[in-house]
Design a protein around this ligand. Structure first.
Ligand SMILES: *[C@@H]1O[C@H](CO)[C@@H](O)[C@H](O)[C@H]1NC(C)=O
Ligand SMILES: *[C@@H]1O[C@H](CO)[C@@H](O)[C@H](O)[C@H]1NC(C)=O
Ligand SMILES: *[C@@H]1O[C@H](CO)[C@@H](O)[C@H](O)[C@H]1NC(C)=O
Length: 312
């Protein structure tokens, strides 16, 4: 008698094959669904403003042009593209590059500053090589603040995406009056990780001078060889440890991040952040019409900058 086993075996094999096929189809479907959801999410977020999100505080009165009447404002930035400034991820398989960003963004900032009558200072020559270049923003601001009432600090990887929005209108909207002397000194935004040191306003005052000095003195935060250089953590630390009264008098954290520091959203392994903090993502995501996009956390900075500049 021929053994029956092979028949049963091949039957079993067929069943197993079908099961594999089913699993494969199921998996493919899930994958497709995830792509679809991520894609949809991306286009919904991109349209946040037309879906009713409002980045600016209640619209300032019509005498807007008289807000901060004679204030002198400068956009200050620096961009270190030297070899040392390139950051390699562990294993050196990926690189975060700022190369080409300066060329891409310089004209954008210059055009805006000229249109609005602001100073524009590129403080790249002030980079202090004893720390990661991002720390030198403190030196850059200190050297400019002598000549202006307000410094609008911009990390290199930022693009002004709406040239019609004035800095005065942003400040006025947040502060609510146009009297420089009684204004707060530091105007920042918050993202998922807390205060962001990439884009902020700081006013010429004794408080600001001391604050910048204290910030520079936070040497224990200096960090080499990482995508984080520590300047942001030091700023968060300082703000977190200000006495409540001082904080209220001197610092404004914009209720909406998208007022002047929007981040692009794109499908990636970090997309789960959206589920953890949907509100923060919504408040900070770049949407058409926003004033400024900050390419925080992105590797191909110049590629992204050029993409955004196409629509300005
Ligand atoms: C910063 O450190 C320097 C040198 O240690 C010190 O002289 C200065 O008082 C410090 N400034 C502030 C504001 O803490
Ligand atoms: C410097 O700032 C940029 C812009 O916020 C950021 O993307 C980059 O990671 C920072 N670099 C370091 C070394 O922290
Ligand atoms: C960076 O982005 C640009 C434009 O999107 C693209 O042409 C280029 O290949 C990208 N470079 C890298 C290294 O991904």
């Amino acid at each position: 008698m021929p053994p029956r086993l092979p028949v049963r075996c091949s039957l079993r094999r067929t069943i197993a094959k079908r099961r594999h096929l089913r699993h494969f189809l199921y998996f493919s479907f899930l994958l497709f669904l995830s792509f679809l959801i991520l894609h949809l999410t991306s286009s919904i977020l991109r349209r946040a403003n037309s879906l009713g999100r409002c980045c600016s505080p209640p619209s300032p009165p019509t005498f807007l042009s008289s807000s901060f009447p004679c204030s002198k404002i400068a956009i200050v930035t620096l961009s270190d593209e030297s070899k040392e400034s390139e950051i390699y991820y562990p294993g050196a398989w990926k690189r975060r590059s700022f190369v080409g960003v300066r060329n891409a963004v310089w004209g954008n900032k210059k055009t805006y500053a000229e249109k609005m009558g602001y100073g524009f200072v590129d403080a790249t020559t002030l980079v202090d090589r004893s720390r990661p270049p991002n720390w030198s923003k403190i030196l850059a601001i200190q050297s400019s603040l002598r000549f202006y009432d307000w410094v609008f600090w911009n990390d290199a990887d930022t693009v002004i995406t709406n040239l019609d929005v004035s800095l005065e209108s942003i400040l006025f909207g947040l502060i609510g009056h146009g009297d420089i002397q009684s204004s707060p000194d530091l105007v920042v935004t918050e993202d998922l990780n807390g205060v962001n040191s990439g884009v902020f306003f700081i006013r010429k005052s004794e408080w600001s001078q001391r604050f910048l000095e204290k910030w520079w003195n936070q040497t224990s935060f200096v960090q080499f060889g990482s995508t984080k250089s520590g300047d942001n953590a030091a700023l968060s630390h300082l703000i977190d440890h200000l006495p409540q009264e001082e904080l209220q008098r001197h610092v404004i954290i914009s209720p909406m991040q998208c007022l002047f520091n929007s981040y692009p959203w794109y499908p990636s392994w970090k997309s789960y952040h959206l589920l953890l903090s949907p509100m923060k993502t919504w408040q900070g995501v770049y949407s058409d019409g926003d004033f400024m996009v900050h390419l925080a956390g992105l590797d191909n900075k110049s590629g992204w900058a050029l993409k955004f500049l196409q629509n300005v």
